[in-house]
Design a protein around this ligand. Structure first.
Ligand SMILES: Nc1ncnc2c1ncn2[C@@H]1O[C@H](COP(=O)(O)OP(=O)(O)OP(=O)(O)O)[C@@H](O)[C@H]1O
Ligand SMILES: [Mg+2]
Length: 341
Protein backbone atom coordinates (compact mmCIF):
# COMPACT_ATOMS: atom_id res chain seq x y z
CA UNK A 1 0.00 0.00 0.00
CA UNK A 2 1.44 3.34 -1.04
CA UNK A 3 1.36 6.43 1.09
CA UNK A 4 -1.31 9.05 0.76
CA UNK A 5 -0.36 11.74 -1.74
CA UNK A 6 -3.43 13.95 -1.57
CA UNK A 7 -5.62 14.11 1.49
CA UNK A 8 -8.91 15.94 1.32
CA UNK A 9 -10.54 16.55 4.68
CA UNK A 10 -14.02 17.91 5.46
CA UNK A 11 -14.00 19.95 2.28
CA UNK A 12 -16.95 22.22 1.60
CA UNK A 13 -17.47 24.61 -1.27
CA UNK A 14 -20.42 26.94 -1.38
CA UNK A 15 -20.59 29.34 -4.33
CA UNK A 16 -22.04 32.76 -3.55
CA UNK A 17 -21.21 36.08 -1.94
CA UNK A 18 -21.75 35.01 1.61
CA UNK A 19 -20.74 31.39 1.53
CA UNK A 20 -19.34 31.03 5.07
CA UNK A 21 -22.67 32.06 6.50
CA UNK A 22 -24.34 28.90 5.24
CA UNK A 23 -21.75 26.35 6.26
CA UNK A 24 -23.46 25.44 9.50
CA UNK A 25 -26.83 25.01 7.79
CA UNK A 26 -25.25 22.75 5.19
CA UNK A 27 -23.56 20.80 7.93
CA UNK A 28 -26.93 20.43 9.61
CA UNK A 29 -28.27 18.88 6.43
CA UNK A 30 -29.60 21.69 4.26
CA UNK A 31 -29.90 20.34 0.74
CA UNK A 32 -28.38 21.80 -2.41
CA UNK A 33 -31.87 22.60 -3.70
CA UNK A 34 -32.91 24.41 -0.53
CA UNK A 35 -29.67 26.40 -0.37
CA UNK A 36 -30.27 27.55 -3.91
CA UNK A 37 -33.96 28.32 -3.70
CA UNK A 38 -33.88 30.02 -0.28
CA UNK A 39 -30.48 31.70 -0.25
CA UNK A 40 -29.33 31.76 -3.84
CA UNK A 41 -26.06 29.97 -3.03
CA UNK A 42 -24.81 26.85 -4.79
CA UNK A 43 -23.56 23.87 -2.87
CA UNK A 44 -20.53 22.73 -4.89
CA UNK A 45 -18.94 20.29 -2.47
CA UNK A 46 -20.49 18.86 0.64
CA UNK A 47 -18.04 17.49 3.21
CA UNK A 48 -15.65 15.60 0.95
CA UNK A 49 -13.16 13.27 2.59
CA UNK A 50 -10.83 11.41 0.29
CA UNK A 51 -7.31 10.03 0.35
CA UNK A 52 -5.58 9.69 -2.98
CA UNK A 53 -2.78 7.17 -2.90
CA UNK A 54 0.63 8.08 -4.24
CA UNK A 55 1.25 6.88 -7.82
CA UNK A 56 -2.35 5.84 -8.32
CA UNK A 57 -5.03 6.87 -10.80
CA UNK A 58 -7.99 8.24 -8.89
CA UNK A 59 -11.03 8.60 -11.11
CA UNK A 60 -13.84 10.98 -10.20
CA UNK A 61 -17.28 10.35 -11.74
CA UNK A 62 -20.71 11.80 -11.39
CA UNK A 63 -23.49 13.45 -13.35
CA UNK A 64 -23.08 16.93 -14.78
CA UNK A 65 -23.07 19.47 -11.95
CA UNK A 66 -22.17 16.91 -9.29
CA UNK A 67 -18.96 18.78 -8.38
CA UNK A 68 -16.19 16.97 -10.27
CA UNK A 69 -14.47 20.03 -11.71
CA UNK A 70 -14.96 21.88 -8.46
CA UNK A 71 -13.19 19.09 -6.62
CA UNK A 72 -10.23 18.75 -8.98
CA UNK A 73 -9.74 22.52 -8.98
CA UNK A 74 -9.27 22.46 -5.24
CA UNK A 75 -6.19 20.30 -5.64
CA UNK A 76 -4.22 23.16 -7.20
CA UNK A 77 -6.41 25.77 -5.54
CA UNK A 78 -7.85 27.24 -8.68
CA UNK A 79 -10.87 27.26 -6.38
CA UNK A 80 -10.63 28.28 -2.72
CA UNK A 81 -12.47 26.05 -0.27
CA UNK A 82 -15.21 27.49 1.87
CA UNK A 83 -14.04 25.16 4.59
CA UNK A 84 -11.77 22.14 4.97
CA UNK A 85 -8.25 21.24 3.94
CA UNK A 86 -6.34 19.69 1.08
CA UNK A 87 -2.88 18.40 1.90
CA UNK A 88 -0.31 17.25 -0.64
CA UNK A 89 2.63 15.29 0.75
CA UNK A 90 1.43 16.32 4.18
CA UNK A 91 1.50 20.03 3.40
CA UNK A 92 -1.74 21.93 3.76
CA UNK A 93 -2.01 23.73 0.44
CA UNK A 94 -4.99 25.78 1.57
CA UNK A 95 -2.51 27.65 3.79
CA UNK A 96 0.10 28.45 1.11
CA UNK A 97 0.76 32.13 0.43
CA UNK A 98 0.60 33.44 -3.13
CA UNK A 99 4.25 32.81 -3.98
CA UNK A 100 4.32 29.32 -2.50
CA UNK A 101 1.08 28.50 -4.26
CA UNK A 102 2.58 29.51 -7.61
CA UNK A 103 5.63 27.37 -6.91
CA UNK A 104 3.41 24.48 -5.92
CA UNK A 105 1.36 24.74 -9.10
CA UNK A 106 4.44 24.97 -11.29
CA UNK A 107 6.40 22.18 -9.70
CA UNK A 108 3.92 19.69 -8.41
CA UNK A 109 0.86 19.81 -10.62
CA UNK A 110 0.05 19.62 -14.31
CA UNK A 111 -3.41 20.01 -15.74
CA UNK A 112 -4.94 18.57 -18.91
CA UNK A 113 -8.31 19.90 -20.03
CA UNK A 114 -11.07 18.62 -22.27
CA UNK A 115 -10.58 21.35 -24.85
CA UNK A 116 -6.93 21.19 -25.39
CA UNK A 117 -6.21 24.82 -24.46
CA UNK A 118 -3.23 25.07 -26.80
CA UNK A 119 -1.86 28.39 -28.02
CA UNK A 120 -3.04 28.57 -31.64
CA UNK A 121 -0.22 30.84 -32.83
CA UNK A 122 2.57 28.79 -31.31
CA UNK A 123 3.91 25.65 -32.86
CA UNK A 124 3.80 22.29 -31.09
CA UNK A 125 7.32 22.60 -29.75
CA UNK A 126 6.55 25.97 -28.17
CA UNK A 127 3.26 24.73 -26.80
CA UNK A 128 5.01 21.83 -25.08
CA UNK A 129 7.75 24.15 -23.82
CA UNK A 130 5.20 26.49 -22.28
CA UNK A 131 5.55 25.30 -18.69
CA UNK A 132 9.32 25.03 -19.01
CA UNK A 133 9.85 28.71 -19.76
CA UNK A 134 9.29 29.55 -16.12
CA UNK A 135 11.64 26.87 -14.92
CA UNK A 136 14.85 28.75 -15.66
CA UNK A 137 16.13 26.07 -18.00
CA UNK A 138 18.44 27.25 -20.74
CA UNK A 139 16.99 27.15 -24.22
CA UNK A 140 18.66 23.96 -25.41
CA UNK A 141 17.68 22.02 -22.28
CA UNK A 142 14.15 23.24 -22.62
CA UNK A 143 13.97 22.20 -26.28
CA UNK A 144 15.51 18.84 -25.49
CA UNK A 145 13.01 18.18 -22.76
CA UNK A 146 10.06 19.26 -24.91
CA UNK A 147 11.26 17.06 -27.78
CA UNK A 148 11.55 14.12 -25.40
CA UNK A 149 7.87 14.44 -24.47
CA UNK A 150 6.80 15.07 -28.05
CA UNK A 151 8.42 11.76 -28.89
CA UNK A 152 6.88 10.01 -25.88
CA UNK A 153 3.37 10.92 -27.01
CA UNK A 154 4.15 9.85 -30.56
CA UNK A 155 4.31 13.24 -32.28
CA UNK A 156 7.87 13.34 -33.51
CA UNK A 157 7.91 15.22 -36.81
CA UNK A 158 5.04 17.48 -35.84
CA UNK A 159 6.99 19.86 -33.62
CA UNK A 160 6.92 22.71 -36.14
CA UNK A 161 3.24 22.35 -36.98
CA UNK A 162 0.54 24.53 -35.49
CA UNK A 163 -2.37 23.18 -33.42
CA UNK A 164 -4.95 23.64 -36.19
CA UNK A 165 -2.85 21.37 -38.43
CA UNK A 166 -3.34 18.50 -35.98
CA UNK A 167 -6.34 16.26 -35.35
CA UNK A 168 -8.18 16.40 -32.02
CA UNK A 169 -6.40 13.33 -30.74
CA UNK A 170 -3.03 14.75 -31.67
CA UNK A 171 -3.83 18.05 -30.03
CA UNK A 172 -4.75 16.21 -26.88
CA UNK A 173 -1.38 14.47 -27.00
CA UNK A 174 0.25 17.88 -27.13
CA UNK A 175 -1.78 18.86 -24.06
CA UNK A 176 -0.57 15.74 -22.30
CA UNK A 177 3.05 16.32 -23.35
CA UNK A 178 2.84 19.89 -22.11
CA UNK A 179 1.55 18.77 -18.74
CA UNK A 180 4.19 16.05 -18.44
CA UNK A 181 7.12 18.19 -19.59
CA UNK A 182 7.38 19.98 -16.26
CA UNK A 183 7.55 16.58 -14.55
CA UNK A 184 4.81 17.23 -12.00
CA UNK A 185 4.04 14.65 -9.30
CA UNK A 186 0.35 15.18 -9.81
CA UNK A 187 -1.59 15.21 -13.05
CA UNK A 188 -5.07 16.69 -12.97
CA UNK A 189 -7.13 15.58 -15.96
CA UNK A 190 -10.61 17.07 -16.28
CA UNK A 191 -12.55 15.17 -18.96
CA UNK A 192 -9.26 15.13 -20.84
CA UNK A 193 -10.36 12.51 -23.37
CA UNK A 194 -14.07 13.28 -23.54
CA UNK A 195 -13.96 15.32 -26.74
CA UNK A 196 -12.17 12.58 -28.70
CA UNK A 197 -13.63 10.06 -31.11
CA UNK A 198 -14.12 6.65 -29.49
CA UNK A 199 -11.17 4.97 -31.24
CA UNK A 200 -8.76 7.78 -30.55
CA UNK A 201 -10.06 7.94 -27.04
CA UNK A 202 -9.30 4.28 -26.43
CA UNK A 203 -5.89 4.86 -27.89
CA UNK A 204 -5.21 7.75 -25.51
CA UNK A 205 -6.36 5.67 -22.55
CA UNK A 206 -3.95 2.91 -23.55
CA UNK A 207 -1.18 5.42 -23.96
CA UNK A 208 -1.82 6.97 -20.57
CA UNK A 209 -1.74 3.55 -18.91
CA UNK A 210 1.46 2.68 -20.76
CA UNK A 211 3.12 5.94 -19.74
CA UNK A 212 1.94 5.54 -16.17
CA UNK A 213 3.76 2.21 -15.84
CA UNK A 214 7.03 4.12 -15.81
CA UNK A 215 5.96 7.59 -14.78
CA UNK A 216 4.07 6.58 -11.67
CA UNK A 217 2.39 9.94 -11.27
CA UNK A 218 -0.53 10.54 -9.00
CA UNK A 219 -3.36 11.18 -11.43
CA UNK A 220 -6.79 12.55 -10.71
CA UNK A 221 -8.92 11.80 -13.74
CA UNK A 222 -12.44 13.07 -14.23
CA UNK A 223 -14.77 11.32 -16.61
CA UNK A 224 -18.44 10.81 -17.41
CA UNK A 225 -17.71 7.49 -18.97
CA UNK A 226 -17.91 4.42 -16.77
CA UNK A 227 -15.91 2.20 -19.13
CA UNK A 228 -13.13 4.77 -19.09
CA UNK A 229 -13.33 5.00 -15.30
CA UNK A 230 -13.11 1.24 -14.88
CA UNK A 231 -10.27 0.94 -17.34
CA UNK A 232 -8.12 3.70 -15.86
CA UNK A 233 -9.03 3.99 -12.23
CA UNK A 234 -7.20 2.25 -9.41
CA UNK A 235 -10.00 3.77 -7.40
CA UNK A 236 -13.19 5.46 -8.44
CA UNK A 237 -14.97 8.19 -6.50
CA UNK A 238 -18.57 8.94 -7.31
CA UNK A 239 -20.07 12.35 -6.61
CA UNK A 240 -23.74 13.21 -6.37
CA UNK A 241 -24.88 16.75 -5.69
CA UNK A 242 -21.49 17.66 -4.20
CA UNK A 243 -21.40 14.62 -1.92
CA UNK A 244 -18.96 11.76 -2.23
CA UNK A 245 -21.32 8.81 -2.29
CA UNK A 246 -18.77 6.07 -2.88
CA UNK A 247 -15.05 5.62 -3.22
CA UNK A 248 -13.81 2.17 -4.10
CA UNK A 249 -12.05 -0.03 -6.62
CA UNK A 250 -13.86 -1.34 -9.69
CA UNK A 251 -15.02 -4.45 -7.90
CA UNK A 252 -16.57 -2.52 -5.02
CA UNK A 253 -18.27 -0.04 -7.31
CA UNK A 254 -19.67 -2.75 -9.59
CA UNK A 255 -20.60 -5.35 -7.05
CA UNK A 256 -21.44 -3.27 -3.99
CA UNK A 257 -22.85 0.04 -5.21
CA UNK A 258 -23.40 2.26 -2.18
CA UNK A 259 -26.81 3.55 -3.26
CA UNK A 260 -29.31 3.68 -6.10
CA UNK A 261 -27.43 6.51 -7.82
CA UNK A 262 -24.28 4.40 -8.11
CA UNK A 263 -26.32 1.34 -9.02
CA UNK A 264 -27.85 3.31 -11.91
CA UNK A 265 -24.40 4.24 -13.12
CA UNK A 266 -23.21 0.66 -13.27
CA UNK A 267 -26.37 -1.19 -14.23
CA UNK A 268 -25.52 -1.67 -17.90
CA UNK A 269 -21.91 -2.66 -17.41
CA UNK A 270 -20.84 -6.10 -18.44
CA UNK A 271 -19.09 -7.00 -15.22
CA UNK A 272 -17.46 -10.11 -16.57
CA UNK A 273 -15.82 -8.15 -19.37
CA UNK A 274 -14.75 -5.24 -17.22
CA UNK A 275 -13.60 -6.86 -14.03
CA UNK A 276 -10.04 -8.05 -14.07
CA UNK A 277 -8.54 -10.87 -12.12
CA UNK A 278 -6.43 -8.34 -10.26
CA UNK A 279 -9.48 -6.64 -8.79
CA UNK A 280 -10.83 -9.85 -7.27
CA UNK A 281 -7.51 -11.42 -6.35
CA UNK A 282 -6.83 -12.90 -2.93
CA UNK A 283 -3.18 -12.05 -2.53
CA UNK A 284 -0.59 -14.48 -1.23
CA UNK A 285 -1.27 -18.06 -0.23
CA UNK A 286 0.05 -21.12 -2.01
CA UNK A 287 -0.10 -22.23 -5.62
CA UNK A 288 -2.57 -25.11 -6.04
CA UNK A 289 -1.16 -27.44 -8.66
CA UNK A 290 -4.57 -28.86 -9.53
CA UNK A 291 -5.79 -25.42 -10.65
CA UNK A 292 -5.07 -23.61 -13.91
CA UNK A 293 -3.00 -20.44 -13.94
CA UNK A 294 -4.10 -17.08 -15.34
CA UNK A 295 -2.60 -13.61 -15.61
CA UNK A 296 -3.46 -10.88 -13.17
CA UNK A 297 -4.43 -8.56 -16.04
CA UNK A 298 -6.85 -10.99 -17.66
CA UNK A 299 -10.55 -10.15 -17.61
CA UNK A 300 -12.85 -12.59 -15.86
CA UNK A 301 -14.44 -13.27 -19.23
CA UNK A 302 -11.15 -14.48 -20.65
CA UNK A 303 -10.69 -16.79 -17.70
CA UNK A 304 -14.06 -18.52 -17.90
CA UNK A 305 -12.67 -21.55 -19.79
CA UNK A 306 -9.99 -21.92 -17.12
CA UNK A 307 -12.63 -21.67 -14.39
CA UNK A 308 -14.61 -24.48 -15.99
CA UNK A 309 -11.68 -26.84 -15.87
CA UNK A 310 -10.49 -25.77 -12.44
CA UNK A 311 -10.94 -27.68 -9.19
CA UNK A 312 -11.27 -24.89 -6.63
CA UNK A 313 -10.15 -21.78 -8.47
CA UNK A 314 -7.28 -20.14 -10.30
CA UNK A 315 -3.62 -19.51 -9.62
CA UNK A 316 -2.69 -15.98 -10.57
CA UNK A 317 0.65 -14.77 -11.89
CA UNK A 318 1.86 -11.25 -12.68
CA UNK A 319 3.52 -9.98 -15.86
CA UNK A 320 6.85 -11.39 -14.71
CA UNK A 321 5.34 -14.84 -14.15
CA UNK A 322 5.53 -14.55 -10.38
CA UNK A 323 2.77 -16.20 -8.41
CA UNK A 324 0.79 -13.43 -6.72
CA UNK A 325 -2.33 -15.11 -5.34
CA UNK A 326 -5.50 -16.93 -6.21
CA UNK A 327 -9.16 -16.50 -7.02
CA UNK A 328 -11.65 -19.03 -5.70
CA UNK A 329 -14.17 -20.65 -7.99
CA UNK A 330 -16.97 -19.61 -5.61
CA UNK A 331 -16.04 -15.98 -5.89
CA UNK A 332 -16.33 -16.10 -9.66
CA UNK A 333 -19.60 -18.01 -9.55
CA UNK A 334 -20.91 -15.36 -7.17
CA UNK A 335 -19.93 -12.61 -9.63
CA UNK A 336 -21.51 -14.52 -12.52
CA UNK A 337 -24.74 -14.76 -10.57
CA UNK A 338 -24.73 -11.08 -9.68
CA UNK A 339 -24.08 -10.21 -13.29
CA UNK A 340 -27.40 -11.70 -14.28
CA UNK A 341 -29.36 -9.18 -12.14
N1 LIG B 1 -18.19 29.71 -10.27
C1 LIG B 1 -19.35 29.16 -9.92
N2 LIG B 1 -20.35 29.90 -9.41
C2 LIG B 1 -21.52 29.36 -9.02
N3 LIG B 1 -21.78 28.04 -9.10
C3 LIG B 1 -20.83 27.24 -9.60
C4 LIG B 1 -19.56 27.75 -10.05
N4 LIG B 1 -18.82 26.71 -10.50
C5 LIG B 1 -19.56 25.61 -10.34
N5 LIG B 1 -20.77 25.92 -9.81
C6 LIG B 1 -21.85 24.98 -9.46
O1 LIG B 1 -21.29 23.96 -8.64
C7 LIG B 1 -21.85 22.70 -8.97
C8 LIG B 1 -20.73 21.77 -9.39
O2 LIG B 1 -20.19 22.21 -10.64
P1 LIG B 1 -18.99 21.48 -11.37
O3 LIG B 1 -18.58 22.34 -12.50
O4 LIG B 1 -17.98 21.10 -10.37
O5 LIG B 1 -19.74 20.18 -11.90
P2 LIG B 1 -19.14 18.99 -12.80
O6 LIG B 1 -19.43 17.73 -12.04
O7 LIG B 1 -17.75 19.27 -13.18
O8 LIG B 1 -20.12 19.05 -14.06
P3 LIG B 1 -19.79 18.75 -15.64
O9 LIG B 1 -19.83 17.27 -15.77
O10 LIG B 1 -20.95 19.40 -16.33
O11 LIG B 1 -18.47 19.36 -15.97
C9 LIG B 1 -22.87 22.96 -10.07
O12 LIG B 1 -24.15 23.06 -9.46
C10 LIG B 1 -22.44 24.29 -10.66
O13 LIG B 1 -23.56 24.98 -11.15
MG1 LIG C 1 -16.79 19.62 -15.02
Amino acid sequence: MNKTKIKITNLYKIFGNNSKKYISSVRDGMSKDELLSKYNHVLGLDNINLNVEDQSIQVVMGLSGSGKSTLIRHINRLIEPTEGTVTVDGEDITKLNKMDLLEFRRNKTGMVFQRFALFPHQNILDNVQFGLSIKNLDKSDSIERAMYWIEKVGLTGFENKFPNQLSGGMQQRVGLARALATDPDILLMDEAFSALDPLIRTDMQDQLLELQKNLKKTIMFITHDLDEALKLGDRISILNGGKLVQDGNAEEILLKPADQYVANFVKDVNRIKVLKIKTILDQGGERANSNPTVNVNDSIENCLPAILESQSGLNVIDEKNNFVGSVSKNKIIDILQKSKD
